[in-house]
Write a protein that binds this ligand. Structure first.
Ligand SMILES: *Cc1c(COP(=O)(O)O)cnc(C)c1O
Length: 413
């Protein structure tokens, strides 16, 4: 007799993106022939760079012949790719050994799975608003308690509010926690923590023997040289932090699939000496995962060198130019915007007295533009919408033109 894992039933209903899709489809059905411009999702739209494509083709050609064919590769990922990543971090002044990197098929699965390393009673802190996987993976693992409709939160999670007055960077937890998820540059707010703000978290983690799970998927969007791109730029972080990153937003690998996670050998926690967590993650990955695609790994290697790196960075620059156009377009109609300078997301305050779903509906209805309601990312996201720079530049420009033309002034007062 099989019974289900009841923790799944605790996942809050109405996951954000399906609900957006439902509303957009409903609107489209009522307005046949009207096209809708989407600035709603974090999915890349521009072509893979030529150096990456060439490397993937070359690797495919090797696989086409039995003399050069290869099957399963190294459990942690191809050594050449891990060496290249170690070299990439050296350019940030961060020294990590190639065997501290675990190549994955993307950051999202690692962000969901990493909690398996920790005790099922660990107290978990998340930023509010947050990228949903940090919350949902801990719900399914039984650490979140139950969802309170009234409070719009899980009873056992510690929420770190990210508010406008503090530049959307949270303060360290006011109580003891064991695990802290940080996403920097942040999805959805577009905020980026300074070194001193990150140091507060590292100091907290060292004092409480907590572990920080640091999602740096947008690190390449940081242009300000004073802002940290890796948590290991903060000394002591190698003792208390795991960093997760991805080629998705850096090189347009959302469909190709490739990421990495760093579990430093010096990382420890309350009941675990340095080295054990690293070995446990190796054990976990070699048992439950069979490695990232070799084609993707060849593409990733190309993205870290010479032309490939320059082309990846110009892809990032393309989306950041979109973000600039969005910021300018929204400010021109009198909206208050945050983020979008070292990040692809523009966090936009909704007009006074309106809810984030209400403003979502209004932009859809009047301007035919889709954004993401902030409330879908957590209670502190209410009052904001996330506007994504992922899209073709001409579509972003058309969306801004439509907002300028169609958003009624009286709606903004
Ligand atoms: C897009 C994104 C990722 C990337 O996930 P992949 O699985 O590597 O595509 C990770 N974290 C955040 C916060 C993201 O927005």
């Amino acid at each position: 007799m099989a019974s289900v894992n009841g923790e799944f039933r605790k996942l809050a209903a109405g996951y954000l993106f399906p609900e957006i899709k439902r509303r957009v489809n409903e609107w489209k059905a009522l307005h046949p022939g009207v096209s809708v411009l989407s600035l709603g999702i974090g999915n890349t739209t521009e072509a893979l760079s030529p150096a990456v494509v060439a490397a993937i083709k070359e690797r495919a050609e090797l696989l086409a012949h039995r003399e050069t064919y290869t099957g399963y590769g190294d459990e942690q990922g191809e050594p050449t790719l891990r060496e290249a990543l170690s070299g990439y971090y050296k350019t940030l002044g961060v020294h990590l050994q190639p065997d501290e990197f675990f190549i994955s098929d993307g950051a999202k699965a690692d962000a969901a799975n990493i909690q398996q390393l920790f005790d099922s009673h660990s107290v978990v802190a998340v930023q509010d608003p947050a990228y949903p996987v940090y919350v949902d993976s801990n719900v399914v693992a039984g650490r979140a308690g139950t969802y309170s409709q009234q409070e719009e939160r899980y009873t056992n999670l510690v929420y770190l509010p990210c508010v406008e007055e503090k530049g959307f960077i949270p303060a360290v937890p006011a109580r003891h926690v064991d695990l802290i998820y940080l996403c920097n540059p942040n999805n959805p707010t577009g905020a980026v923590a300074t070194k001193s703000q990150l140091k507060d978290f590292v100091d907290y983690a060292l004092e409480h023997k907590a572990v920080i799970i640091y999602d740096a998927a947008y690190s390449e969007y940081i242009s300000d040289p004073n802002l940290p791109r890796s948590i290991y730029e903060i000394s002591g972080a190698e003792l208390c932090a795991i960093e997760i990153n991805s080629f998705s937003k850096f090189s347009g690998f959302t469909g190709v699939r490739l990421g990495w996670t760093i579990v430093p050998k010096s990382l420890g926690c309350t009941d675990s000496a340095p080295g054990e967590l690293h070995r446990m993650w190796f054990r976990r990955q070699s048992t439950f995962f069979n490695g990232a695609s070799n084609l993707a790994q060849s593409g990733g290697l190309a993205a870290l060198h010479g032309d490939g790196l320059a082309q990846s960075r110009s892809l990032v620059a393309y989306y950041k130019e979109n973000a600039r156009i969005i910021r300018q377009g929204l400010q021109a109609v009198g909206l208050t915007v945050h983020g979008g300078t070292d990040s692809p997301y523009v966090w936009t305050r909704v007009p006074k007295g309106m809810g984030s779903w209400e403003f979502f509906d209004l932009l859809l209805d009047q301007c035919h533009v889709v954004v993401t309601p902030g409330a879908g990312f957590g209670p502190s996201g209410e009052g904001y919408v996330r506007v994504s720079s992922y899209g073709h530049k001409e579509d972003v420009e058309a969306a801004m033109a439509s907002i300028r033309r169609n958003l009624r002034k009286e709606d903004l007062e």
